[in-house]
Design a protein around this ligand. Structure first.
Ligand SMILES: Nc1nc2c(ncn2[C@@H]2O[C@H](COP(=O)(O)OP(=O)(O)OP(=O)(O)O)[C@@H](O)[C@H]2O)c(=O)[nH]1
Ligand SMILES: [Mg+2]
Length: 252
């Protein structure tokens, strides 16, 4: 069994050496490859990754020249990967690589998807401000409500999936799907999802790509997936009914 760890990158040159180092330490004697999927970053992330690949055969670089975007970068990385299991991890070291062996164990014990989670017991947001937590809570709640998933950390970009399952739904994944975990969950429609806790780490170097445009892309994706889900109207009705009952219950 081989694990492919895919890391999408945009201007993460200074994070790549530490990322590779931490992944190597975490994965020990697991058979793995690391695939850096870079959107031709102006800071030459692809070149830093290529240099490491020359000395380390476990590391490969995919330099994307067209169709930029996080979702498509992950899909391209998954398609180019050689492993039986596909992992997605941010390059900015906010995801803790040390939980990867446990995530892999959970997947092998019969799960379809394993998510690195900040919202289950033992996980957390580290030094995030209250405002940032609130924003994340809103985005997460909106996805739970509109898509009806039980997963607690739907915003996670840290997850594992079997290549076989990814291949099964690959054709249905939208190119505009910014949060690729949501896209895969919506198409796989599986209850066999396990969350493994970790604490979100602060970004050490480089800049966040989160922007107003990204937030808009996220809500567009949510709206599209909601429209594709036949049970969405039922869930919305139930949510509205629960709120009304709650308000009347409280006013008695
Ligand atoms: N290939 C590629 N990677 C991207 C793109 N946008 C973001 N990334 C990478 O995706 C990962 C997550 O992006 P971040 O900017 O850290 O977003 P975030 O973690 O949701 O936000 P922060 O908590 O503010 O860091 C990082 O490894 C980025 O370099 C993109 O358009 N193309
Ligand atoms: Mg980040």
């Amino acid at each position: 069994m081989k694990l492919s760890v895919i890391s999408p990158t945009l201007n993460e040159a200074r994070n790549i050496p530490a990322l590779v180092d931490q992944l190597q330490r975490a994965l020990g004697d697991i058979d793995y490859e690391i695939l850096i999927v870079d959107d031709n970053s102006p800071d030459l992330t692809w070149s830093v990754a290529e240099e490491i690949s020359l000395k380390n055969p476990r590391v490969r670089t995919l330099r994307r020249m067209k169709n930029p975007g996080l979702g498509m970068a992950v899909i391209d990385g998954f398609c180019a990967a050689e492993g039986d299991v596909l992992a997605c991890i941010d390059a900015d070291l906010q995801h803790d690589p040390s939980i990867l062996p446990r995530m892999l164990q959970e997947l092998q014990s019969g799960m379809h998807i394993v998510v690195g989670s900040r919202h289950v017991q033992g996980g957390g947001f580290g030094k995030w401000s209250r405002w940032r937590r609130f924003e994340s809570w809103c985005a997460n709640k909106a996805a739970q409500l509109l898509l009806g998933f039980e997963v607690k950390d739907l915003m996670s970009g840290y997850f594992l999936v079997w290549r076989e399952d990814f291949t099964r739904v690959q054709e249905q994944l939208s190119e505009s799907g910014f949060k690729i975990l949501l896209e895969i969950l919506a198409k796989l429609r599986t209850a066999r999802v396990k969350e493994v806790p970790y604490t979100f780490r602060p970004r050490a170097v480089g800049e966040s790509k989160l922007s107003g445009r990204i937030v808009l892309l996220y809500f567009q994706q949510l709206w599209r997936l909601c429209g594709e889900s036949r049970r969405a109207p039922v869930r919305l009705l139930k949510f509205s009914a629960d709120q009304i009952v709650g308000v009347f219950g409280a006013s008695r």
